[in-house]
Each structure stands twice: as C-alpha cells, then as structure tokens.
Ligand binder design. Structure first.
Ligand code: HEM
Ligand SMILES: *[C@@H]1O[C@H](CO)[C@@H](O)[C@H](O)[C@H]1NC(C)=O
Ligand SMILES: *[C@@H]1O[C@H](CO)[C@@H](O)[C@H](O)[C@H]1NC(C)=O
Ligand SMILES: *[C@@H]1O[C@H](CO)[C@@H](O)[C@H](O)[C@H]1NC(C)=O
Ligand SMILES: *[C@@H]1O[C@H](CO)[C@@H](O)[C@H](O)[C@H]1NC(C)=O
Length: 549
C-alpha cells in the first residue's frame, strides 16, 4: 500500500486540478453567455452601440480604436474617439468590454447627465469603493451612500464654503510662495523638467493646510503622510486589472496595510494636537484661520449633545475624509494648474489679457501681490478673465468624470428611446461632452472669452449644463470652490513673474520618443493629452523663465 500512496495522492491532486479547470471554464462560459445576451437584447431594441460581436463584444472594435491612440492615454478618450469615428451613434451608447472591463452606458449629453446626477442621482459605481478601499476602508464621502453619506457631507461641508475659504487665503499664499521659490530655482538652473510633480506637492501642502491647519511641507521636504499616500496609489485597482503581477502580488496586502497604518497614525496624532490647540485658542479667545476639520468638529460636537471630546467615530471618519481630500484634491487641482499654464503659454494673446487684468486689479508691482492677497483676499473675486481661463481649461482638460451604477427600473430617456441602466456602469463622460461640436462653437479651441457675458456673442453662449467638470447634483464636487480659489492664487502669483515654455519636442527627443514610438504620440493632434489619473502626458515637460520687467 505504502508504495501506492504517492500515486494516489497525485491522482487526486490532478483530479482536483481538472475539477477546478472544468468548473471555472464552465462558470466563465455561463458569465460570458449572460453578458453577451444582455447586449443582444439591447441590439434587438436598436439601442445605439458600435459594431458588436457575439463572441468578443466590443473588444475588437475598441482595440482598433485604441490602436490609433497612445498606449498611456486616459480611457476617457476611448469613448470620445468612438464618437468622433461614429457621430451617428449620438451621445448615448453602450459598450461591452466584458471580461476586461465593465459593461457600460456612455452618457455625454447635458440632458442625460442631468437625468443621472440631478433628477435622480444614481449611486456611485460600486467598484469605486473597492478602488479606494486601501486609502479609506470605505469611510469616504466619495463612495459612501444614503444617510451615512448625507450626515458626513453635512458635517464637512461648512469648511468648504466659499466665504470661509477666503479666511484661508493667507495659507494658500504662503504655500504658493514656496512654489514660486521652486520655479525661481528652476529658472536659474535653466532645467528642462516635468512640472506636474511640483504642482502636486503644492496641492498636497494646500490640502494639509486648509483641511487640518498643518504644514506638510511636501514641497520642501519629505512628509510621511504624503509619502504613504503616494506609495498607496499605484496599488489601487478596480479588480479587473490587466497587470496580474500587481493584482495578485502576495506583498500587496502587507504594503497596503503598512501605508494605511502610517497615514492613520499620522492623522490621529495631528487631530489630537489640533483639538488640544483648538481648545486652547478658544480659551484665549484668539481668532485665526480655522481649518475644515475645525469646522467639522464644531458641527459634530453640536450634534452629539453632551460629548465634549472627539470619539472614535469622529476620529475614524475625519481621518478617512482627510485622506480622501488629499487623494481627490491633489492630482485634479495640480493637473488643472499644469494645463492652465500649458494653454496660456501656447496662447500669447490670452496670456497678455490675463496679465493685463492682474495689473489692473492688483497693481503693477508684483512684489506686492502676496501682501495684497493676504490683506484683501476678496480681490480674487474681481478677476473675471482669470475665472474664464480656469473654466476654459477645465472644459478642455476635465480632471475627473462621474461613474455611477445603473439600477433596476431606472432608464435614461433620450432621442425618444429608453436606455436601461440596470447592470451597467453609467459613465458621465465630461471629456466628450466638453468637446461636442453640436454644443460648443470651436470646441477644440482655447477661447476664455466665451465665458465673459459681454463678449460671448462671438460664440454661442455656453449651455450651463454642458460644462460639468465638478459634476452637478447632490454628489457634486465638495472641493470645487477650494480648487478654483487655489488655481486663481497660483495664476495671480505666477503669470506676471514667469514665462512657462512648453518643451514637448525637446523632451521627446531627449527621451528617444519619436513618431510612432512608443505609439502615435498625439490624441486628436494634442501632444499634452491626458494620461493615467488625467494628468498631462509625461508630467508636462517645460522650462521656466523669469520675466524681466
Ligand atoms: C480641479 C479640481 C477638481 C475636479 C475637476 C474635481 C472633480 C470632481 C468630480 C467630477 C466629482 C464627482 C465625482 C463623481 O460623481 O463620481 C468630485 C467629487 C468630490 N470631490 Fe472633487 N474635484 C476637484 C478638486 C477637489 C478638491 C480640491 C477636493 C477636496 C479637497 C475635492 C473633494 C471632492 C469630494 C469630497 C467629492 C465627493 C463628494 C460627494 O460625493 O459628496 N475635489 N470632484
Ligand atoms: C456660506 O456662508 C455664508 C455666510 O457665512 C452663507 O450666507 C452661505 O449661505 C453659505 N453657503 C453655503 C453653500 O452654505
Ligand atoms: C454650535 O452651537 C453653538 C451654541 O448653540 C452656536 O453658537 C454655534 O454657531 C454652533 N456651531 C455650529 C457649527 O453649528
Ligand atoms: C514694489 O514693492 C516693493 C515692496 O513693497 C518696494 O520695495 C518697491 O520699491 C516697489 N517697486 C516699485 C517700482 O514701486
Ligand atoms: C496619429 O493620429 C492622428 C489622429 O489622431 C492621425 O491623423 C495620424 O495619421 C496618426 N499618425 C500615425 C503615424 O499613425
């Protein structure tokens, strides 16, 4: 018997092995059948979609579209390119990327976007929660739902109120001064380098300051919180990641656990300090700029009558909100700053007009700008052209989009058809909406004037619902006023002191990129196309020059 044991063992192992293969193949085929059948139903009802195959869904079609795009470009271009290639599809269509991606309903008309975010706000796309889990363990405003979400949004929103943010301008100015120092240094050394990392550090510092009244100093040094957050980001995924090595990396849970612990402990310490110093300032009656978290603490303590200390619940939610603010606010704002500088430096007339507005409102002596902003932050509300530049930048390069989960019984009505949403990722695609030639005059042109009421007749007046970089409805961006304020401060303090010289050609030459390598390098003729988390390709390589007056 003894001699047979290993053979029997092997037999049962190979049985188990084949068992697993057969049953998982069977499961896969069942799922494939269900997925494709769902699309067959849509086709039978004549709902719009690109050429579809019962076996491959839209995988082959999308592969052919993607082969004309740079490998690293952001997926939101995919749907935009499909619309360009097949205008007859209209602004709503279905895409079947199963098993490599979700089955989706693409939405890129103002009215349909209104239906899913305002008229009836669909829940956030379920996979977002999985995506953000390593950062917030599910306790974040971006993905929470229902009363839970409502309650915590109400606790945190007072700090994001525009008039409150004005009290935080001195801090923003100080962080932007550090950024200007970095640009001076670059100008002196004459370096050609991507700018995106520097703007990201600036945005991180700003969030640390406004959210927690702490100086993270990521621009000047290393900060453990920012570092752990950065280390965590590459590990986020939607669960259908093609990079199997990253997805099943056995060290992933350990790395994620460590980064999360570092972030949590850092913020717990900060909150502790903040709360103690807050009680002290209250005792002394001294007034100073109060952070978003200070205001959240007020609201929270007022609600839970009797509590005089921060309990575990508040700590947990506050920590995870701050991590979310850092995540949701740093890359978006920083990319928008890069794109504003990019568009201004490639549009000299707009740049001249912007400088003129700053001279008129803030005086011509730029050494006094910082002091002036500290004293009179409300001057920032008197810069219509600056605001127009920011709006136009966000139109051309929206830094985010909105993904929702469809629901049984919820349909989108468009063009006399009913579009079912159940089982689909419903994607409000700002990129396609913002460049739709039926909605915008000269959609690909950078024309800030279109946002100025007295000069907009040269164009169609923009439709309000067609510009949604921050999305509308109850789940709109909580940080939008902060983002716009921060970009204003940066533009005001930068554009009259520096010239930013876009240097993609030189950069590509130095990197050994040339036509067709690594791929067709432009999207619709645009070299600075959006990649990854929607930031500019190659991190926006440029040179900085100091203006001599
Ligand atoms: C240019 C900069 C920014 C853009 C374009 C942007 C865009 C957006 C968009 C489109 C959404 C809705 C997402 C969805 O429906 O799934 C959103 C949500 C959100 N954003 Fe922003 N954002 C920016 C900056 C910021 C900043 C600076 C912060 C905070 C410091 C922030 C905090 C949030 C939060 C908390 C939510 C979730 C709100 C909720 O669901 O209640 N964002 N943002
Ligand atoms: C912001 O605060 C001002 C005054 O402090 C108030 O009038 C306004 O209603 C607030 N706005 C929001 C959106 O809460
Ligand atoms: C908290 O309650 C106090 C006293 O009732 C009130 O003065 C204060 O405005 C409240 N703060 C907030 C943020 O609701
Ligand atoms: C500009 O402002 C600075 C600081 O207030 C001052 O020292 C300088 O003399 C001013 N320059 C001009 C040309 O007025
Ligand atoms: C690159 O893409 C553009 C359109 O985005 C196209 O006109 C051009 O022919 C493409 N070039 C190559 C080399 O494929």
């Amino acid at each position: 018997m003894g001699a047979l044991d290993p053979i029997l063992g092997e037999l049962s192992i190979s049985h188990a092995f084949w068992g697993v293969i057969v049953s998982s193949t069977f499961t896969f085929l069942m799922k494939l059948y269900a997925a494709r059948r769902r699309f067959l139903r849509l086709k039978e009802r004549n709902l719009p979609m690109p050429p579809w195959s019962p076996l491959f869904g839209h995988l082959l079609y999308v592969a052919s579209i993607m082969s004309n795009l740079p490998r690293d470009c952001h997926p939101h271009y995919m749907a935009g390119e499909i619309r360009r290639a097949m205008p007859e599809l209209g602004p709503l269509f279905y895409l079947d990327l199963w098993p490599f991606g979700p089955q989706m309903l693409i939405v890129s008309s103002p009215d349909a976007a209104y239906q899913i975010t305002q008229k009836h706000s669909l829940p956030k796309y379920h996979a977002l929660r999985r995506f953000l889990y390593p950062l917030t363990h599910g306790f974040d405003l971006l993905t929470m739902e229902g009363n839970y979400w409502k309650e915590w949004r109400a606790i945190f929103s007072p700090g994001f109120n525009g008039s409150h943010l004005m009290t935080l301008v001195p801090g923003l100015v100080e962080d932007t001064e550090a950024f200007c120092d970095i640009l001076h240094e670059r100008a002196r050394k004459g370096v050609l380098a991507p700018l995106h990392e520097a703007t990201t550090n600036l945005a991180m510092d700003v969030i640390g300051r406004v959210a927690l009244d702490t100086q993270l100093n990521t621009q000047r040094g290393q900060n453990p919180l920012a570092k752990a957050l950065r280390n965590q980001i590459p590990w986020l995924n939607f669960g259908n990641d093609m990079d199997l090595l990253a997805r099943f990396n056995p060290f992933r849970p350990l790395i994620c656990w460590r980064n999360k612990r570092t972030m949590d402990q850092y913020l717990a310490r900060e909150l502790d300090t903040r709360y103690r110093t807050k009680s002290m300032t209250l005792v002394n009656g001294a007034e100073r700029g109060r952070s978003i978290t200070d205001l959240a603490i007020d609201t929270y303590l007022n609600r839970s009558t009797g509590t005089q200390r921060l309990d575990e619940t508040f700590m947990k939610f506050a920590i995870n909100q701050i991590i979310l603010f850092m995540f949701a606010g740093h890359d978006t704002t920083s990319s928008t700053i890069c794109y504003a500088l990019y568009l201004l430096s490639t549009h000299p007339l707009a740049l001249a007009e912007l400088r003129k507005e700053h001279d008129t409102v803030l005086g011509t002596n730029t050494s006094e700008t910082a002091t002036l902003l500290r004293q009179s932050p409300y001057l920032l509300n008197q810069l219509p052209y600056t605001l127009a530049v920011i709006k136009e930048t966000l139109r051309l390069f929206p830094a985010a989009s909105s993904t929702r989960s469809g629901e049984p019984g919820t349909h989108v009505l468009a063009g006399g058809q009913r579009f079912p949403t159940e089982g689909f990722m419903v994607w409000s695609l700002h990129q396609a909406l913002h460049r739709d030639p039926t909605l915008w005059n000269m959609p690909d042109a950078f024309r800030p004037e279109r946002w100025l009421p007295d000069r907009a007749d040269e164009f169609n007046r923009p439709l309000r619902d067609a510009w949604r970089p921050f999305e509308f409805g109850p789940r709109n961006c909580l940080g939008q006023e902060l983002a716009v304020l921060e970009i204003k401060v940066v533009l005001v303090m930068l554009v009259r002191t520096f010239n930013v010289i876009v240097a993609y050609e030189e950069w590509d030459r130095l990197q050994g990129h040339h036509d067709g390598k690594p791929h067709n390098m432009t999207v619709a003729g645009e070299r600075a196309y959006q990649v990854g988390m929607q930031h500019p390709s190659e991190g926006f390589p440029c040179r900085i020059q100091v203006l001599t007056s």
